[in-house]
Design a protein around this ligand. Structure first.
Ligand code: HEC
Ligand code: HEC
Length: 249
């Protein structure tokens, strides 16, 4: 059996400065979508305020370079090994929801939590999200690379179009107004890791309808879906205006 990338070591060679590492206790992650009382995307003050704020992209750029670029890279492209997601061109609403959920303990992210809470307030969340949303999506997404790639991608496409396209879009471009993320341009190994976490109830803030759909997939099917999603980034230029891919070199 082959689950390439299923075990992705989050090996961070980056030194997080001691003052940041000491920043506040990690909130306990609530049971999220595994909890019968869980209400997906329930409103709470910080998220609402950030969504309502008008983001200042240049203030966001400064914060991004100070607190985020060390891991997510100045381009936003993250790491093809799946340890760090690609963020560039993600919908502003999605970025705000994910950041606010991480800060509120609704989505576990112990690696990033100390940095996420460096953002001072809802305005700072709106600023950084506004900036990241303006970045073009790099074309170097990590791909599924194995001799059976063509077969996996074809199978994954069939599954994705049946169960996922209605929310994430057939091109993987998500829906800003509904908080559905862009998936096109994301790394294979990160996608696979998230899908396993979502299926196994480890990603607290996931949409219950998605959890229900993914629950029936085995690891091999999640590999195929991830291989297909990652392949969306290899399409020729101009296949979609949203999301915006960087021009080929
Ligand atoms: C120490 C490394 C590190 C730093 C610094 C960092 N992040 Fe992250 N970030 C991560 C990791 C690792 C994940 C993925 C967590 C997971 O696997 O669930 C992540 C996930 C995210 C996500 C969710 C992405 C998605 O696809 O759902 C967002 C949004 C994000 N980071 C934004 C930021 C912002 C904004 C900053 C700066 C304030 C920042 N990150 C700083 C490591 C980091
Ligand atoms: C009902 C709409 C809906 C459906 C159907 C759905 N998703 Fe999602 N998906 C979401 C939302 C919303 C999120 C963001 C997590 C959150 O905050 O709830 C998400 C997150 C994700 C992520 C993590 C992205 C990231 O950047 O971390 C992946 C991967 C994903 N979905 C894949 C899938 C796949 C594969 C399917 C089909 C089997 C699917 N989704 C079906 C709404 C949906």
């Amino acid at each position: 059996m082959m689950f390439k990338g299923l075990i992705v070591a989050v090996s961070l060679t980056l030194a997080v400065s001691p003052s940041l590492a000491l920043a506040g206790p990690l909130p306990e992650v609530s049971a999220g979508s595994g909890n019968p009382d869980y209400q997906w995307n329930a409103p709470y003050p910080e998220k609402n305020a950030a969504l309502a704020a008008v983001g200042d992209a240049s203030a966001g750029e400064e914060a991004y370079k100070a607190y985020c670029a060390a891991c997510h890279l100045p381009s936003g492209g993250g790491n093809a090994d799946g340890s760090i997601p690609q963020l560039a061109g993600q919908h502003r609403t999605v970025l705000i929801k994910q950041l606010a959920d991480i800060r509120a303990g609704l989505r576990a992210n112990p690696t990033m939590y100390p940095l996420a809470i460096e953002l001072s307030d809802a305005q700072a969340l709106a600023d950084v999200a506004t900036y990241i949303a303006t970045l073009c999506i790099p074309r170097g997404a990590g791909q599924y690379e194995a001799p059976d790639a063509a077969k996996q991608i074809a199978y994954g496409k069939m599954l994705f179009e049946k169960d996922c396209g209605q929310c994430h879009g057939l091109n993987g471009d998500g829906m800003a107004e509904k908080f559905y993320p862009v998936l096109a341009g994301q790394h294979y190994a990160y996608l696979l890791r998230q899908l396993v976490d979502i299926r196994d109830g480890k990603r607290g803030n996931a949409h219950p309808e998605m959890v229900r759909l993914i629950a029936k997939y085995d690891n091999a099917q999640l590999v195929a879906i991830s291989a297909y999603q990652a392949s969306l980034a290899t399409r020729p230029r101009g296949w979609a205006t949203q999301p915006r891919f960087c021009s080929p070199e």
